[in-house]
Design a protein around this ligand. Structure first.
Ligand SMILES: [Zn+2]
Ligand SMILES: [Zn+2]
Length: 120
């Protein structure tokens, strides 16, 4: 009869050890560092650390998703995480237009009109 005695070494927890690697400016959405003149990294709100930067294009896409999921313009202009107003011009990103179109399509899809039936 073999008995395997497993002794678990008690590792000291090194949670306080900081991983202070060089922090690049990463986009919080696509996690890619750096921007370009056409698609700059923005600091749209009061978030810090890894949430600080976001690409203009990524922000635009993200806001469009929010619009499609039913957020109103006030909510769009507020960061969900830091609750600060986003320092962006929605008109620049054509988001107001996108928002209005979305609202219109919702109105059109609303079941207010009775379906027209033609007998024939
Ligand atoms: Zn990005
Ligand atoms: Zn924020």
């Amino acid at each position: 009869m073999w008995r395997l005695l497993v002794t678990r070494p008690c590792f000291p927890f090194s949670l306080l050890e900081e991983d202070s690697e060089e922090e690049a400016d990463l986009c919080r959405i696509c996690q890619i560092a750096g921007g370009s003149p056409a698609n700059p990294l923005l600091e749209p709100c009061g978030c810090v650390g890894s949430l600080r930067f976001v690409h203009q294009e990524c922000l635009k896409k993200w806001l469009k998703v929010k619009i499609t999921s039913g957020a109103d313009l006030g909510a769009l202009k507020t960061c969900e995480m830091c609750k600060q107003g986003l320092l962006i011009n929605l008109d620049d990103l054509n988001l107001t237009e996108f928002y209005q179109k979305h609202q219109q399509s919702r109105v059109r899809n609303a079941p207010t009109l009775p379906p027209q039936t033609t007998a024939g």
